[in-house]
Design a protein around this ligand. Sequence first.
Ligand code: MSP
Length: 524
Amino acid sequence: MKKEKFYVTTPIYYVTAHPHLGSLYSTLIADVVARWNKLRGKKTFFLTGTDEHGQKIVQAAQKAGKEPKEFVDSLIPSYQNVWRMYGIAYDYFVRTTDPDHIKGVQQFISRLIKKGDLYKSLYKGWYCTPCETFVTEKEREVPQKPGQEGPACPTCGRSTSFVSEETYFFKLSAYQDKLLKLYKNNPDFIVPSERINEVVSFVESGLKDLSLSRTTVKWGVPFPDDPKHVVYVWADALCNYITAIGYGNLAKEKEFNSWWPADLHVVGKDIVRFHAVYWPALLMAADLPLPKQLLVHGWIQINKKKMSKSFGNVVDPIELQKLYGVEPVRYYLMRQIPVNQDGEFSTGDLERRIESDLANDLGNLLNRMVSLAEKNNVRNVIPPDVWAQQALDLRDEAWKMIEDFESYMNDCMFHLALARLWKFINNVNAYFHEQEPWKLAKEDQVRFMQVLSATCHSLRIIGVLAWPVMPNKMEELLGSLGITFKPEDNTLVQLELGSWHQTFTLKRVPVLFEKPDNLSSVYY
Ligand code: MSP
């Protein structure tokens, strides 16, 4: 049977500095989604990359005393290293300075020209370089702050600068009704759904045509047939989602058609408008199918302020990994911070999660079960012919939990999925404790084996479901049950149907999660 496909993307990052925990967050979400869809039996493609053109990059390069290309080249390994360190299993890393991407963008723009959706005129208005965005008439009402050159940017609050130049406008205004129809007919286009309201009211308030080229910026994709202009950096960047899978390259047409449209674009709440308004309108103009869904996440904050290089409050994922390890950080980010809200970063919370959820609830359960079996010379845990009622109850609870977990994960509510999984882990702990298998080992070998078996079956489910969030640790856990994990062998369908009749060959593994020493003073 042909596998269904799932194509997921991250925003591409401005390479003005090394990646921080906020950048890791977007990327991690996409990684978890990709892995989850592998478990669902889908063929996945996971794209990430870097946004390397525009004024913002030019300014950062100037500050570093480098040419833009030399500057961005020097930072790329840093992104790739952090992603590798954190187990981010992307399929392709796109750079907007790649020749293939540039060709694809030019092809896309040519198509809009041919369609008659671009026209040349004069742009006069305010521009925010940190956000690389034109400030609309309405937004200009945001008051200017003392000492600022122009009105404050409505998104980041920094000063905008006045721009007056010839530009190619995209007839965005012509797409207003089509966009409203898109939101109306696809209530799931944006998750969480409450985010759609701000998009609808922005579009309803009237769309102005969008400036799609710059002449005062040189660092960008040259406009086809008019190289005095470079493509507006956001139009250039958005095209990464199609150029990376072959748009604009005849030899890759089949590949492109097999992946596009994207099933999910993961984006932070600061860049919703670009993805929910401009991108669909541009795609409509180019007669391309629209992405199926946007997942909009909140910000990681410190003292209620977005973690960001320019606020000087960034946490370095490499340092964090040295203190806590990669997978506990992955777990913390997905469990602690509701994806639909902003979340305060706190090492105290991180340490509590490691100690309580990972070391005590999960790590100890595995360790207690394997040690007890070992102490009683049990290596192969054989399932019973008939299960006792308590084990059947646990099995029913497992099946119910799988259903809930699936539904939360499919809705991208990772924190709820993990909370539900941990409720089950606590049930398994309670079952293990109540059964007192250390006594049964001496009194009733059959019951003893049954408790071990029910615990192993439960741990197998836990290991598979938590794999998208903690792939290496869960592979170790499953390895300890004698299972060599391959996502394609452990699809959810098999978990759901797999009744409890497996034999497990136990193997001791090093302690899964170390409790942190008193470290919370190191950060915030
Ligand atoms: N280059 C554009 C995206 C173009 S996509 C076609 C851009 N880059 S960015 O580097 O500024 O941000 C990339 C992503 O990182 C955004 O989704 C943004 O929300 C996310 N984050 C940056 N700081 C963040 C936090 N402190 N917390 C969570 N996500 C954060 O925008």
